[in-house]
Write a protein that binds this ligand. Structure first.
Ligand SMILES: Cc1ncc(COP(=O)(O)O)c(C=O)c1O
Length: 399
């Protein structure tokens, strides 16, 4: 039976009318202050960039760009095929081996993005007899992975191991997977990984940690949040990472027990039906990883910059988050005020991120700052001065 909301029009409208409803929804977003627009960034943009995710400032480091260029010259512009066909080069294998060793995992598998890595882990490691317990503030790619998984998905209150335990205790499914960001991208707060690991182990569940914001920033030398929590190499832990933040490149990876990686190679649709990561990106990530291994202080510096930024913004009377990694957010009085504030910062020479609904799970709009480990003390002072000077009315009490 066809379930129609409205009868089909008897006279066909102009062909383009099929998309008229998109204009209506765009108007609704505009009325709510939620319009999103693209901005082309010039290569020599003079603004100070605290809007990107280049946590260690490596994306333009000569060691990284040289590694990218060398890889492209040697292997070509693209990977030429999916990983199982022609898309695995010696570089992919080197990156997987070195990334696994760096993070203390048994094995790693590189994907074309962190997004596809998350979709792979959530869909391939679950089945209809699996309960997924997902933190309410998880990243959109984890949420989408839960939607794609044919499992029973339960949303848990944010950062609440006791609530996770209650959900696991009442489960009817044979298997369970608890999934969380290691560092939440809005406020930069860390998940209680050690407590979550204790709970998951007690109930025979696996733990999936998205360490997109932890790799390169947390743990010894930037080995990541699981290493910081003493969980690296745990047999019931799977970690996903992106290569596009601290490693200054593009791509993603899943790390975990060797049998998990083997299972993903043979079953994960976003691995099998996707072209392998481009050689330049693979080479850049490998170059960044080697640099970080040689210069482990870079991770400490990013955390130090975050703490300094947050403390100074708070001292200026603003509502800054308490950063556990390299993300600091500042609450704004509303979505329009947040957009205007970010635009004022840009006019003053500072690029900051702007988070508004639906990207903020609690509905509070914010400026989002990346505490890059390569910032100088003068740049930190400039950033604080500009943000404080452009703060809208109500910013002091926002949220
Ligand atoms: C927490 C988290 N997970 C996953 C991703 C997706 O990573 P990628 O941009 O490599 O697809 C992001 C990034 O933007 C992220 O913030």
């Amino acid at each position: 039976m066809v379930n129609r909301v409205a009868p089909a029009p008897s006279v066909p409208a102009a062909p383009g009318a099929v998309f008229d409803w998109l204009d209506e929804t765009a108007e609704q977003r505009a009325a709510a202050g939620l319009t999103r627009t693209l901005r082309s960034r010039p290569a020599d943009d003079p603004v100070l960039d605290l809007a990107g995710n280049d946590y260690l400032g490596l994306t333009r480091h000569p060691a990284v760009t040289r590694a990218a260029a060398d890889a492209a010259l040697r292997w070509g512009g693209g990977a030429t095929g999916s990983r199982l066909v022609t898309g695995t080069t010696a570089l992919h294998t080197e990156l997987e081996e070195e990334l696994a060793a760096f993070c203390g995992a048994e094995a790693a598998l590189v994907f074309s993005s962190g997004y596809t890595a998350n979709l792979a882990a959530l869909t391939a490691l679950t089945d209809p007899d699996t309960l997924i317990v997902s933190d309410a503030y998880n990243h959109a790619s984890l949420i989408d992975g839960c939607r794609l998984a044919r499992a029973d998905v339960h949303r848990a209150p944010h950062s609440d191991p006791r609530a996770v335990a209650d959900i696991l205790a009442g489960r009817a499914r044979r298997r369970a997977l608890v999934v969380t960001d290691s560092v939440f991208s809005v406020d930069g707060n860390a998940a209680p990984l050690a407590e979550l690991a204790t709970v998951t182990r007690r109930f025979g569940a696996a733990l999936l940690v998205d360490d997109a914001h932890g790799l390169g920033v947390l743990g010894p030398g930037g080995a990541g949040a699981p290493a910081a929590a003493g969980l690296a190499g745990a047999p019931d832990l799977v970690t996903t990472v992106t290569l596009s933040k601290s490693l200054g490149s593009q791509g993603g990876a899943v790390l975990g027990p060797r049998r998990v990686v083997r299972h993903l190679v043979e079953t994960a649709r976003t691995f099998i039906f996707d072209t392998g990561l481009a050689p330049a990106a693979t080479g850049a990530a490998l170059g960044a990883l080697r640099l970080l291994r040689a210069e482990p202080h870079r991770a400490d510096r990013a955390r130090e910059v975050a703490r300094t930024l947050a403390a100074r913004l708070t001292a200026a009377g603003l509502h800054a988050s308490t950063p556990d990694a390299a993300v600091v957010s500042v609450r704004a009085p509303g979505p329009e005020a947040a957009v205007a504030w970010a635009a004022d910062c840009r006019r003053a020479g500072l690029a900051v991120g702007c988070f508004r609904p639906p990207s903020v799970p609690d509905g509070v709009s914010r400026l989002r700052l990346t505490a890059r480990g390569d910032l100088t003390d003068t740049q930190i002072a400039d950033a604080v001065r500009i943000i404080a000077a452009t703060a809208p009315e109500g910013a002091e009490t926002a949220g």
